[in-house]
Design a protein around this ligand. Sequence first.
Ligand code: NAP
Ligand code: MG
Length: 478
Amino acid sequence: MAIFEYAPAPETVKAPIREQYGLFIDGKWIAPRDGRYFDTVNPATEETLARVAYAGDEDVDRAVRAARKAYDKYWRRMRPADRAKYVYRIARAITERSRELAVLETIDGGKPIKESRDFDIPLSAAHFFYYAGWADKLEWAMRAGEEPNPIGVAGQIVPWNFPLLMAAWKVAPALACGNTIVLKPAETTPLTALALAQIAAEADLPPGVLNVITGDGATGAALVGHPDVDKIAFTGSTEVGKAIQRSTAGSGKRLTLELGGKAAHIVFADAPMDQAIEGIVNGIYFNQGHVCCAGSRLLVEESVHEQIVVRLTDRIQTLRLGDPLDKNTDVGAINSKMQLDKIKELVGSGIDEGAILVQQSCALPERGYFFPASFFTNVQQSHRIAREEIFGPVLSILTFRTPEEAVEKANNTPYGLSAGIWTDKGSKNMYIAQYLRAGVVWCNTFNQFDPSSPFGGFRESGFGREGGVHGLREYLAH
Ligand code: NAP
Ligand code: MG
């Protein structure tokens, strides 16, 4: 039940979309060798947006060769201060085209425009600005005796939940350090990566320095397996990450893996409760829960469990689900039919295993892939919904009695990407944080990002860091 209704406020900026996209290799748009294309759709309407080239093995090879040539011919030799100018130009272009890129991200992936406009695109630009500043200061990222040498050709594979941002996290530091790139966006969200290719071309980036090849998992696997790739940077599921680690073992390729998560979000009884409720909402419903570091396992102190459940039940009724292009929308579309089916399957398992489901009661749009904001109470640690990544707007609530139990439950997971703590007491925040096995721990906040701050996982959430000087060092051979 919405408290009051807003008039629709759809974004009016149009994003230019071509009917068909080729592969961006060696600075040119080229057709795939075997002539295969696939459609990318708008998950909120199920309409086809464009036809996109499918890169087969030969195309992957062409892209890697172009990257190698550009590496030897221009990029590794260029004065670092000049390299910085290109990275800076890309940052400027993203800023200048931010409205258009936000629309593109929203229609291709389903996320609310207020998120793509206020989060994805500005943060993508911020990463390019940040790493542009590093390009001629790389010695300052080195330890004694190290030299800031680039690694070579980087194969970069990104998922569909933050398409441009995940590309920016990888492309910006790689360029700043003097590496060349073959970028493979996810099958369902190729459009902003292709726009980035266009931006690179307009910034006069030398041909072959950034190549963008679209396709599916097989395209990614061909890139991983290519003998002339020096480094693989992968963001995606733990399952595929493990396969990549197996296939690159012994090859001498460098590897960073940013994988899945099932973050513990801990709320103590003394937490600032109004803010904590907003933190919980942001932690799980941001980007429909398609967030690797989502606060998807809520651990609440037993004495405030009932209060939190009552407040959360009310709060999710006020979330607005619908047209992602509407500036009032809080919960947009699920990225694909496949992902929607996965969410439904896991939610079904939660019900079957005895957890109690609470959902926002609103009509779902007739077309498109949508799932209401939801949470489960009565969850046991052994339930699949407490252990597996749902990657949707579904929260599992568990309880604890003592700080020790909170820490034990929080760490009882194969993942370790992020965690959150809410308490009024600063010393308790710091004390608990040191025991949490997670790459990022947010205290009295959640989902905060900055290009200068490293991000990455423990255990099955992967290894290597992106962001900050840590992320920079991942692109240097030392
Ligand atoms: P995914 O299936 O692993 O796909 C990720 C990327 O890898 C896509 O570009 C995919 O291509 C490609 N790919 C698929 N199979 C491959 C293979 N065998 N070899 C090489 N590449 C392959 O993951 P997803 O379902 O798209 O993304 C969601 C996952 O990403 C979640 O688990 C989430 O937690 C994780 N994630 C982690 C972070 C982090 O920073 N730790 C950030 C965001 C997301 P296609 O899409 O074309 O199949
Ligand atoms: Mg799409």
